[in-house]
Ligand binder design. Structure first.
Ligand SMILES: Nc1ncnc2c1ncn2[C@@H]1O[C@H](COP(=O)(O)OP(=O)(O)OP(=O)(O)O)[C@@H](O)[C@H]1O
Ligand SMILES: [Mg+2]
Length: 252
C-alpha cells in the first residue's frame, strides 16, 4: 500500500485553481519529487498534505486513511513532518533549542508539568537535548550546537530546519526547496543528506527547483503545471517528456 495517496485533490482560492484533479501515490521508502514552474502549486500541495489547508475536494490518504483537513499536530503525531520554503527558524533561540522544539511532539502533553520542572521532565529534557544533538550531527551542523540561530550562516540554517523536522521522528518528510539559495557545493551536500535521510528509512517528498539535485536523487518525479499533473515517472521519463521540456525546462 502507498504510504501517501492523493486522490482527485482540488484546492481553489477564490478564482485561482491552485490544485486541480491531482492524483498520485508515494511508495514507502522512496524519494518522490514534485517539480514545476513558480506558482504551479507545489507549496499549496504541501500545505494540503500537512493540514495547513483544507482541500476543496478530493482525498489525502495516509496509510489508507483519509487525513484531509486534519490538524497539523495530529498529522505530525501520525508521522508527518516538513520544512518550509522560507526558513521558519526561531532566531532568538540557540540551534539545539530549535531542534528540541521539533522534538517536543514526543514529549506530548508535558507542557504543564514542564512549567514546574518535575524531575521526569528534566530527565526528558536531557534525553531530548541528546537526541537533538545527534540529529545536528546527522545533518552536519554539530559545531553550531550552542550557537545562537541568528549567528548561523544560511546554509547551516537550511540544515537546521531539516534536523528540526527529523526531531519529530517522522516516517514521511516533506522538504520544500531545501537547496534554495545554496551554492553548488552546498547543494551537493544537501543531495547527500537527503540520500542519507532516505537510507535511514524515512520516505521523502521533495519540492526543488535545482534539476541536477532532483534528477540525481528521485525515484519518482511528478511535474505540476498550473496545479495539474503534467507528467510523472522516473528521471529519464520526465526529462524526455516534450510537454515537460516546453512547459518547464524550456521556461527555465
Ligand atoms: N493562501 C493563498 N491564498 C490565495 N492564493 C494562494 C494561496 N496560496 C497559494 N496561492 C496561489 O496558488 C498558486 C500556487 O502557489 P504555490 O505557492 O503553491 O506555488 P509553488 O509551486 O510553490 O511556487 P514557487 O515555486 O514559487 O514556490 C499561486 O497562484 C498562488 O498565488
Ligand atoms: Mg513554493
Amino acid at each position: 500500500m502507498a504510504l501517501l495517496e492523493i486522490d482527485k485533490l482540488e484546492k481553489s482560492f477564490g478564482g485561482v485553481h491552485a490544485i486541480q484533479d491531482l492524483s498520485f501515490a508515494v511508495s514507502p521508502g522512496s524519494v518522490h519529487s514534485v517539480i514545476g514552474p513558480n506558482g504551479a502549486g507545489k507549496t499549496t500541495l504541501f500545505n494540503l498534505i500537512t493540514g495547513l489547508y483544507t482541500p476543496t475536494s478530493g482525498r489525502i490518504l495516509l496509510d489508507g486513511r483519509d487525513v484531509g483537513g486534519m490538524p497539523s499536530h495530529r498529522l505530525a503525531a501520525m508521522g508527518m513532518s516538513r520544512t518550509f520554503q522560507n526558513l521558519q527558524v526561531c532566531m532568538n533561540m540557540s540551534a539545539v533549542e530549535n531542534v528540541m522544539m521539533g522534538r517536543h511532539l514526543h514529549l506530548n502533553g508535558r507542557i504543564l508539568p514542564s512549567l514546574f520542572r518535575l524531575p521526569a521532565v528534566v530527565r526528558g529534557d536531557r534525553a531530548c537535548r541528546e537526541r537533538s544533538l545527534e540529529l545536528m550531527e546527522f545533518v552536519g551542523i554539530q559545531r553550531y550546537a550552542d550557537a545562537h540561530a541568528s549567528a548561523m550562516p544560511y546554509g547551516a540554517l537550511k540544515r537546521l530546519e531539516i534536523a528540526r523536522a527529523l526531531a519529530a521522528e517522522p516516517r514521511l518528510l516533506l522538504l520544500d526547496e531545501p537547496a534554495a539559495g545554496l551554492n553548488a557545493n552546498e547543494t551537493a551536500e544537501i543531495d547527500e543528506l537527503i540520500k542519507k535521510v532516505a537510507d535511514s528509512g524515512v520516505t521523502v517528498v521533495l519540492v526543488e527547483h535545482d534539476m541536477k539535485l532532483v534528477m540525481n536523487i528521485s525515484d519518482h518525479i511528478l511535474v505540476l503545471d498550473y496545479g495539474k499533473k503534467l507528467a510523472e515517472g522516473d528521471a529519464a521519463t520526465v526529462r524526455h517528456n516534450p510537454d515537460v521540456i516546453s512547459a518547464y525546462l524550456g521556461a527555465a
